[in-house]
Design a protein around this ligand. Structure first.
Ligand code: BV8
Length: 251
């Protein structure tokens, strides 16, 4: 992080004194782990596909093998990645705050691997599977790389347990997310373009309920100017700096 980046003392004080903090993360928090963000230009084999097209029930119906292989590719990227200092800082923050909720749009599981306990996965997880037809979980110890397997109950195609565009979010996760946005004193919105709904509504719900809302990103996005404070620096650098400034320790 460039040296002249000053962290406002008001934010440091709020981190130190808040009893209730809610955090929303997006793909940007995993970028420094080497996991491409959702809107990074796709590389190689996947360059010609639009992620938003592939992450849909229609795409899976039309070409289950293609979508299955895209997720197998993404799982391989994540399996080779490690949580970065930003993930670790959030796990450390959770241990210091009485009422802490980490809501993530990410499906990479890196918050869990960093040690975060109370993680609300709004959009599911790459490493869980369910049946496309009966929608019940399917246990796979390792997923076949090439073609989706069949559900042992009904023979339907197995899909990743993620939320695709046009699909409802898991209702319990969404309810928990909204409740934590409505009750928190401090809401940190980290590494998200703020484009995808309803997740992008959470910082605005928090602000209208009276929370102090902060965006951490490398560039202005859809939330620009709509939160109380916008800090522009890579989260893997800024979050540890925040923890040192507030608590004298990085994770
Ligand atoms: C829903 C899981 C109700 C899968 C994802 C028309 C028809 C149907 C629906 C809609 C429609 N119009 C609008 C909608 C709603 C739609 C939506 O919002 N669309 C958008 C595109 C307009 N939403 C939905 O469909 C949701 N469901 O609404 O249900 C419904 C039901 C039926 C019919 C209608 C409505 C479901 C959305 C969930 C989709 N699934 N992921 C998978 O991963 O494969 S979304 C996916 O993109 C991610 O999970 C994430 O949530 C989302 C946004 O990505 P970000 O995390 O923000 O990442 P992004 O790449 O965009 O940005 C990265 C950011 O990081 C940038 O800001 C960058 O600057 C920053 N950054 C980069 N490096 C760093 C950094 N920041 C800090 N440090 C760094 N180092």
């Amino acid at each position: 992080m460039n040296d002249h980046m000053q962290i406002p003392s008001a934010l440091i004080e709020r981190l130190r004194t808040a009893q209730s903090i809610t955090v929303l993360t997006g793909a940007g928090v995993s970028a420094e782990s080497g996991v491409p963000t959702f809107r990074d230009a796709q590389t190689g084999l996947w360059a010609r596909y639009d992620p938003a097209e592939l992450a849909s029930p229609a795409a899976f119906r039309a070409n289950p093998t293609l979508v299955w292989q895209w997720y197998a590719y993404r799982r391989s990227l994540v399996a080779a990645a490690m949580p970065n200092p930003g993930h670790l800082a959030l796990a450390d923050l959770e241990r210091r705050i009485a009422d802490f909720t980490l809501i993530t749009q990410n499906v990479d599981g890196l918050h869990h691997r960093a040690g975060s306990q109370n993680v609300v996965e709004l959009h599911g997880n790459l490493f869980r599977y369910r049946c496309f037809d009966d929608n019940e979980p399917v246990e796979l110890t390792t997923a076949p790389p090439d073609d989706p397997p069949r559900c042992p109950r009904c023979g339907g195609l197995v899909r990743p347990d993620v939320v695709w565009f046009g699909e409802w979010l898991p209702s319990a996760a969404w309810r928990t997310a909204v409740a934590s946005a409505e009750r928190c004193e401090l809401f940190l919105c980290i590494g998200t373009s703020g484009v995808v709904r309803p997740a992008a509504d959470l910082p605005l719900i928090a602000r209208s309920a009276g929370a102090y809302t902060v965006e951490i990103n490398i560039a202005p996005g859809a939330l620009d100017g709509r939160l109380n404070l916008h800090l522009y620096a890579p989260s893997g650098q800024l979050l540890p700096a925040l923890m040192i400034a507030a608590f004298g320790a990085a994770a």
